[in-house]
Design a binder for this molecule. Structure first.
Ligand SMILES: Nc1ncnc2c1ncn2[C@@H]1O[C@H](COP(=O)(O)OP(=O)(O)OP(=O)(O)O)[C@@H](O)[C@H]1O
Length: 242
């Protein structure tokens, strides 16, 4: 579903990604971990070209994202993204926020957009809050609306960048539960997060990044239980102590 090869990214003098290869199979959940500043977010943002890689190649669902001939707005419809901040319009209801994406991005009429938006809100268990404004929802509920907005567009792959980092601890579980359901429904997912318990329980593969490179990747049992590289061991040891 995703095939990124030899990705380099420079921000001026700063060489942030130093030749990353990331291949994600259909229905796979890949979880990316690593120290702060190791390039996790930058890699994720390259996968839908929110950041332009300095070099390398990226195919998503058979589309060459870096080909000048590719209509990037159309390609992005296949790639849902959920950020740490929910970015909902405060003056629009939950339904309105989700329907807007369908109308603007896919040109759906009002009735169809709202029907699909409601179905997406049902998938995140918020159909009963469809007419609430973001300010009337908890952070966790707002994040689930943001997830509904992404899945309403029926993406082929979803990218999650620290989706629970802005939430109070008691609100994290609801968002992770929705992510698990998406995974069980067969969604292909790449997740950058510090929720290691979620990685252990739900990831097919864990990728450990340090200093702009993938140091080690494998099933959660290997990465958390028997890491092969010294840097992975040190990182896992550090987080397990916290
Ligand atoms: N737009 C930008 N301009 C300049 N430097 C940037 C930009 N975005 C990221 N960086 C730098 O690139 C490096 C990697 O950042 P990135 O956010 O990808 O790391 P990360 O592994 O996701 O970290 P964290 O876990 O703290 O979010 C950092 O040194 C960061 O300061």
């Amino acid at each position: 579903m995703v095939e990124a090869r030899g990705i380099h990214k420079h921000f001026g003098q700063l060489h942030v990604l130093k030749g990353v290869d990331l291949v994600v199979a259909e229905r796979e959940l890949v979880f990316v971990i690593g120290p702060s500043g190791s390039g996790k977010s930058t890699l994720l943002r390259c996968l839908n070209r929110l950041e332009e890689p300095s070099s390398g190649s990226i195919m998503v669902d058979g589309i060459d994202l870096l080909d000048r001939k590719t209509d990037i707005n159309k390609a992005r419809q296949r790639i849902g993204m959920v950020f740490q901040s929910f970015n909902l319009y405060p003056h629009m209801t939950a339904l309105g926020n989700v329907a807007l994406a369908l109308r603007k991005v896919q040109g759906k009429g009002k009735a169809e957009a709202e029907a699909r938006a409601l179905a997406a809100l049902e998938r995140v268990h918020l159909a009963d809050r469809a007419d609430h404004y973001p300010g009337q929802l908890s952070g966790g509920q707002q994040q689930r609306v943001a997830i509904a907005r992404a899945i309403a567009l029926e993406p082929r792959v979803m990218l999650f960048d620290e989706p629970t980092s802005a939430l109070d601890p008691e609100l994290v579980g609801g968002v992770l539960a929705v992510m698990r359901e998406l995974r069980e429904d067969g969604m292909t997912m790449v997740v950058v997060s510090h929720e290691m318990a979620f990685a252990k329980a739900a990831a097919d593969r864990v990728v450990f990044m340090a200093d702009g490179r993938i140091v080690e990747e494998g099933p959660p049992a290997q990465i958390f239980g028997a890491p092969r590289h010294e840097r992975t061991r040190a990182f896992i040891g550090q987080i397990e102590r916290h």
